[in-house]
Design a protein. Structure first.
Length: 106
């Protein structure tokens, strides 16, 4: 069994875990157009469809905890699986995406 964790969370669990995690980094893997229409505060945009996505992901610190989301959970799930394969220690996925997020957006 690997030490790398990939965990699907619902919106409530995701929000609570993120708030408690001083080592957490929030990534939005949607497009810049989607991001500009509203995103979870303090998130960083890393468009999974961008040709530079893999390069950008590889520059990240693999020891930090990453919280991923997209519109419905599919793209963030794929991004999380990729990060797990690349050796990231803890990756959390917002299972049903921003569609289920009921806290304020920026």
């Amino acid at each position: 069994m690997s030490d790398n964790l990939f965990i699907d969370l619902d919106a409530t669990e995701f929000s609570q875990k993120l708030k408690e995690d001083i080592n957490g980094i929030l990534l939005d893997v949607r497009t810049s157009r989607e991001y500009s229409k509203g995103h979870i505060p303090n998130s960083t945009l890393m468009d999974i469809y961008s040709p530079s996505f893999l390069n950008e992901i590889q520059k990240l610190d693999r020891v930090k905890n990453y919280y991923l989301y997209c519109r419905s959970g599919s793209r963030s799930y794929k991004a999380g699986q990729l990060m797990k394969k690349l050796g990231f220690k803890k990756v959390y996925n917002l299972r049903s995406g921003i569609l289920d997020w009921d806290e304020p957006l920026e």
